[in-house]
Ligand binder design. Structure first.
Ligand code: A3P
Length: 296
């Protein structure tokens, strides 16, 4: 793996079945693929920068029935094992999941074709959150600038091309979203949109609650809406990544909880870039029925 000496940044990702992944994930691939899911597992699935942390906090607040203190038992990264996480000598995501009592809530960024097969065999529940491509690429760009464990994103113009070509970690946004959308009626999948959660959090949180088989009173739901707002989560050290060392996440470059809005892409795309992106988007998404909201 090539490293830049000054920053210690990776400059390369490792391809697994044509999909770029973090090198340590690729190195641990056989353990990941042979992971044994259980029928009562709930798997949170997202493309990176689509609101993973947000939906994790929502799910945990539902599991803990609105008990804020219980949700503060550990940082959000440690609450739901990240199946493909590998950073030796730390225990891998698979090790953490194996050590966790059931019922388990796990998370992944993997596209459908790379998911450990046992999740399908055991007919687990999947909670997928999708975010529109333009806000996603903006968020990913800022994240990759501040995340010293990922390749340097280059300029904004360069990064948009890298994103379009699916050469970012976890691969193509287009294939990821289409892949999960196409199978959503064949498995137990609750497919949500970041933009809907932003527009009407209570309604979407209620859907998650029902999907999880829980029944919470209205005041508890109202509390979950409040506690999972961007403002609250930005202040919360258990969700804002402030405990991660600066050598890994440099929040002076860009905060992890950056803006949390719909439509920030308008502050980044030039008119020409937007037209080109729309054209490519149309071709890549041709034939799918999925529809994204780009602004509220
Ligand atoms: P921005 O960079 O656009 O601000 P992930 O958790 O998948 O890495 O996604 C991170 C993105 O979700 C960031 O987007 C972050 O600000 C946003 N996010 C996290 N919590 C949120 C919340 N409570 N409300 C809205 N957006 C949130």
């Amino acid at each position: 793996m090539a490293l830049t000496a000054e920053l210690g940044r990776q400059t390369q990702l490792k391809e697994v079945a044509g999909n770029p992944l973090e090198p340590a994930t690729g190195d641990n691939w056989s353990q990941i693929q042979s992971f044994q899911a259980k029928p009562d597992d709930l798997l949170i699935c997202t493309y990176p920068k689509s609101g993973t942390t947000w939906i994790q906090e929502i799910v945990d607040m539902i599991e803990q029935e609105g008990d804020v203190e219980k949700c503060r038992r550990s940082i959000i990264q440690h609450r739901h094992p990240f199946i493909e996480w590998a950073r030796p000598p730390q225990p891998s995501g698979v090790d953490k999941a194996n050590a966790m009592p059931s019922p388990r809530t796990l998370r992944t960024h993997l596209p459908t074709q790379l998911l450990p097969p046992s999740f399908w065999d055991k007919n687990c529940k999947f909670l997928y959150v999708a975010r529109n491509a333009k806000d996603c690429v903006v968020s990913y760009y800022h994240f990759q600038k501040m995340n010293q464990m990922l390749p340097d994103p280059g300029t904004w113009e360069e990064f948009v091309e890298t994103f379009i070509n699916g050469k970012v970690s976890w691969g193509s946004w287009f294939d990821h979203v289409k892949g999960w959308w196409e199978i959503k009626d064949r498995y137990q999948i609750l497919f949500l949109f970041y933009e809907d959660i932003k527009r009407d959090p209570k309604n979407e949180i209620r859907k998650v609650m029902q999907f999880m088989g829980k029944n919470l009173d209205e005041p508890v739901l109202d509390k979950i809406v409040q506690e999972t707002s961007f403002e609250k989560m930005k202040e919360n050290p258990m969700t804002n990544r402030s405990t991660v060392p600066k050598s890994i996440l440099d929040q002076s470059i860009s905060p992890f909880m950056r803006k949390g809005t719909v439509g920030d892409w308008k502050n980044h795309f030039t008119v020409a870039q937007n037209e080109r992106f729309n054209e490519i988007y149309r071709k890549k998404m041709e034939g799918t029925s999925i529809n994204f909201c780009m602004e509220l």
